[in-house]
Write a protein that binds this ligand. Structure first.
Ligand code: FAD
Length: 460
């Protein structure tokens, strides 16, 4: 094992940095409510809060399998994008007919996200500190230039950087150019969860933790959720279960679980930060298909994550997959190559999380069981801010409201289903091989071009 990894905690840094509130009780008796929400991550918590705004007198129950924020929402990088479409270029490439609307709504969602935090007094560690996209190869530089042209077209502020200007934001021998976009935020993931949960409870949302839902079925005009020996009978249900095995069979091939891994360093000194030119609070991501995202923590550590995207045969979701020494070693090795001046820095935390990877890289939402159940999932690695938008979309769907959100084709379009095994693994392997090859050569292999033509994407 690499020495820098010899003393890491498997608990996500974000969870260790926040005192856990006492658990809410598990559901222990049959109950009835107007709205039941399954899942207590960002999507479920935003859904509960927004439902309370719209229905002040409704009985709202949220059921969480473990503790709120224990899955993706507590393991994320916390990059809070001004986008619901996995970025401007993705909207243009995959949803050209409504790209302009998607881009506008994504930007507005970030404004509204910040306003909600302020209105509710939610201390989410929200910082509108911008994002630096960095390029390592000539074709990645061209990619940033194309991104800048797209931004310009939509009036989105950004600056292309190289040389000394780049070194003022990040000084690494690995990167030759950058694109800085000031309108991009970071949040503290676990603080966001715990604050959303606190406000939901204060607003009378009933949260039951350690209450996994094992079945869903219609019963007359209602929906019945089973959890252990007890049942919740609800007029309406929202499913916010993200990468977990979906309760609705029809959703089971709509996305696959892909594991993404993170390291956090010991706190770095001012001199160490200065040695890599990173004196601001912006987040950073590089531009490969296999990409790193990295940011500072409030106590001066660096989160260094991404690159590997690991799929397990049969869409395996075993808890043991959350630790993967090969991925941690690859991260540590690539960290050392990216930041030679930080050689010798050790890592305090190493963890994994599951990304609900859909074949078109953005969330989808819909209705089931006669319109009494709504779902939203498939965020594909960009769900911090989109979860709020998805929650509002589910509420619109349940209320059968005709809104700009429900008129969007992107969430409604059914994601191309992943084939069953063994084809599924084969397709993932081929796509990943192609993406790695493109990173090395700058040329998109024929298999990926075929997928592009079919509207199928693969990203984490
Ligand atoms: C390592 C990692 C890094 C990421 N980085 C970023 C980033 O920087 N920026 C970004 O925008 N996105 C990022 N993402 C994606 C983002 O974190 C997710 O899209 C977002 O957190 C999804 O929120 P959610 O509430 O839908 O899902 P989750 O947080 O996964 O919550 C779903 C909840 O449902 C519960 N649940 C599931 N099934 C049941 C059931 N049957 N009964 C009861 N409860 C159930 C689970 O226990 C879980 O708590 C990242 C994801 C990962 C894994």
């Amino acid at each position: 094992m690499i020495a820098a990894l010899s003393n890491t905690s498997a608990e996500p840094y974000w969870m260790s940095a926040v005192d856990a509130a006492p658990a809410c009780p598990a559901l222990s008796a049959d109950t009835r409510c107007d709205l039941a929400i399954v899942g207590g991550g960002f999507t479920g918590l935003w859904a509960a809060l927004k439902a309370r705004e719209q229905q002040p007198d409704a009985r709202i129950v949220l059921l969480e399998a473990g503790r709120c924020g224990q899955e993706a929402s507590g393991r994320t990088g916390g990059f809070c994008a001004p986008s619901i479409s996995h970025g401007v270029s993705n909207a243009l490439a995959r949803h050209p007919g409504e790209a302009e609307t998607l881009i506008r709504l994504g930007r507005q969602n970030l404004v509204d996200y910040q306003r909600d935090l302020e209105d509710y007094g939610i201390d989410a560690g929200f910082m509108l500190s911008g994002k630096l996209n960095v390029a390592a190869t000539p074709w990645q530089v061209e990619g940033l230039q194309a991104m800048a042209r797209n931004y310009e077209r939509f009036g989105i502020e950004c600056t292309l950087l190289s040389g000394a200007q780049l070194a003022e934001k990040l000084d690494s021998p690995a990167y030759v150019a950058g694109l800085f976009e000031p309108n991009y935020a970071l949040i503290h993931p676990t603080r966001t969860v715990s604050e959303l949960r606190r406000v939901c409870l204060a607003k009378g949302v009933e949260i039951f933790e350690h209450s996994p839902v094992t079945g869903i079925s219609p019963a007359g005009a209602d929906i019945v959720l089973e959890t252990g020996q007890v049942r919740v009978t609800a007029s309406r249900v929202m499913l916010a279960t993200n990468a977990a095995m979906p309760l609705l069979k029809r959703l089971r091939a709509a996305f696959i679980p892909i594991y993404d891994y993170s390291l956090v360093t010991e706190p770095l000194s001012q001199a160490q930060w200065a040695s890599i030119g990173w004196t601001g609070d912006h987040g950073i991501a590089d531009s490969g298909n296999q990409f790193h995202y990295f940011r500072k923590t409030p106590d001066g550590r660096m989160l260094w994550a991404g690159y590997d995207a690991i799929y397990h045969y049969g869409s395996g979701r075993e808890p043991a997959n959350l630790q993967r020494s090969e991925s941690f070693e690859r991260l540590a090795t690539r960290f050392a190559a990216t930041f030679p001046s930080l050689a010798g820095v050790s890592f305090s935390h190493a963890w994994g999380g599951i990304i609900d990877t859909s074949a078109r890289t953005t969330f989808f939402a819909g209705r089931a069981m006669g319109g009494r159940v709504a779902y939203a999932m498939g965020f594909t690695g960009q769900g911090v801010s989109a979860s709020r938008f998805a929650a509002l979309t589910m509420l619109d769907l349940l209320a059968h409201r005709d809104t700009e959100r429900t008129r969007l084709r992107m969430p409604r379009r059914w994601p191309v289903p992943f084939p069953p095994e063994p084809l599924r693994s084969l397709a993932v392997q081929l796509a990943q091989k192609g993406l790695a090859q493109e990173d090395l050569t700058g040329r998109r292999p024929p298999f990926l071009r075929l997928l592009d033509a079919m509207g199928i994407g693969f990203a984490s």
